[in-house]
Design a protein around this ligand. Structure first.
Ligand code: ATP
Ligand code: MG
Length: 405
């Protein structure tokens, strides 16, 4: 894409009404726009990142046998009354429409459990794994963390429907690995740890995936060698012993919850009447699990972890473009842009009429992994530099195409 045609502009300074680093950088570089606290639009660059994150997650969920659907944002209160979660004292961050006529998707356990009653009858219909990328609306009190705590945000939520606790356990295990894969592929694997947290209704513990960062809202106690952590909320002698950890080896860290997985048991299938008939003809409640990742939360976390005082440093896997082609004289890099495009290399081509300094600052701020500079000085070669490195390499067009396609 030609940068001269990109309608978004970078800003010289960070927005004053945004305190989080991810929010400031993403707004300054033109990835997102802030409507209100916790409410953000995705602009062309931001949407490209979001879609890449979405695709990584989709691939991992499909490998698990997940089937993608897309549910509604408007929800029927009747279903929520059955589970007892329509009550504002039970779910405190609801958005509801006038006269409580509809709920605005806080989460989707109730409507999905109800939906599956039309499709699950016998043990032959199970297990089933269903997921979506869908908007959640929550009245978050402290919406000060940029994309990491939206009042409107996109979540990948997967729900598992199994026959037995063992079948749930097996899927839960596989999902745990898939989640670690997602965070690894998204570039924050070396900072993200499986964390034991409070379990809710069915089990003592649930799993969270926590990324070490000063911007996080959670505190965990981490064993770096075993790569296991305990969330402060359940950190006690019992949890330490259950996990066979050594209190002395645990370090206290601040972290961001980028995902979580829960065993729900029969909490929702009982409430909404989702049952199946087993092999011997007996009717049983379906056993459920839920598995969430906030896409904005993950995108924000990547920026928190991978950035410096000049801007963002995207990992290639989620970067809006793979290379940022910067020409220092009008039209000099047009030929190379065409070659790169033909070779299928995602390229942002800075063909704007700006000074080299302005272009370099923008390139650092936007944070595309590779910067390619073409100037009169580089002749028929290209200057290649990794966003987070100092080293500059001068290579030929052919070598470049070979290396990047
Ligand atoms: P938190 O404790 O951070 O509020 P939660 O327990 O409410 O999270 P879930 O409802 O289980 O989270 O949502 C699953 C995932 O969705 C979380 O792990 C997180 O990645 C993401 N998420 C939750 N709330 C938000 C939000 N307000 N903005 C962006 N992502 C969110
Ligand atoms: Mg919450």
């Amino acid at each position: 894409m030609r940068q001269s045609e990109l309608f978004t502009k970078t800003r010289r300074t960070a927005p004053k009404d945004e305190v989080s680093k991810n929010g400031r950088l993403l707004i300054q570089a033109g990835y997102i726009n802030k409507e209100m606290a916790g409410v953000y639009d995705y602009l062309p660059l931001g949407l490209r990142v979001l879609k890449k994150i979405e695709n990584i997650i989709r691939e991992e969920m499909n490998k698990l046998g997940g089937q993608e659907i897309f549910m509604t944002t408007l929800q029927d209160p009747t279903l929520w009354k059955k589970s007892g979660r329509w009550d504002d004292k039970v779910v405190t961050d609801w958005f509801k429409t006038r006269n409580d006529e509809f709920g605005l998707s806080n989460t989707h356990e109730e409507p999905l459990t109800n939906l599956l009653k039309n499709h699950i009858l016998s043990y032959k219909d199970l297990p089933v794994y269903v997921y979506q990328f869908q908007t959640k609306l929550r009245y978050e009190l402290r919406a000060k963390s940029g994309l990491m705590r939206g009042r409107e945000f996109i979540m990948k939520d997967l729900y598992s429907f199994s026959r037995t606790p063992e079948e749930l356990d097996r899927f839960h295990d596989k999902c745990r690995k898939a989640y670690l894969n997602v965070f690894k592929r998204a570039g924050i694997g070396n900072k993200t740890y499986l964390t034991y947290a409070s379990g809710g209704s069915f089990t003592k513990y649930s799993y969270e995936f926590q990324t070490l960062s000063e911007a996080g809202e959670d505190i965990i106690y981490l064993d770096k060698t075993k790569k296991i952590a305990i969330n402060k909320e359940v950190y006690d002698e019992e949890s330490v012993q259950t996990l066979k950890l050594n209190r002395e080896k645990l370090i206290r860290e601040r972290s961001i919850e980028v995902g979580n997985i829960f065993k729900l048991g029969t909490r929702f299938s009982d409430a909404l009447g989702l049952k199946y008939v087993d092999k011997s003809g007996i009717e049983r409640p379906v056993i459920m699990g839920s598995y969430g990742i906030g896409l904005g939360r993950l995108m924000g976390a990547i920026v928190e972890v991978l950035s410096d005082d000049k801007g963002i440093i995207w990992p290639v896997s989620v970067a809006p473009f793979k290379v940022h082609l910067v020409e220092l004289k009008k039209g000099l890099a047009r030929g190379l842009y065409e070659k790169l495009t033909k070779a299928g290399v995602e390229t942002l081509y800075d063909d704007r009429d700006l000074t080299p300094g302005e272009k370099f600052n923008d390139a650092d701020l936007i944070g595309i992994p590779w910067r390619l500079v073409v100037s009169e000085k580089t002749k028929n070669k290209v200057e290649v530099k990794r966003r987070n490195a100092k080293k500059v390499e001068l290579i030929s067009h052919d070598e470049l195409i070979q290396q990047f396609s």
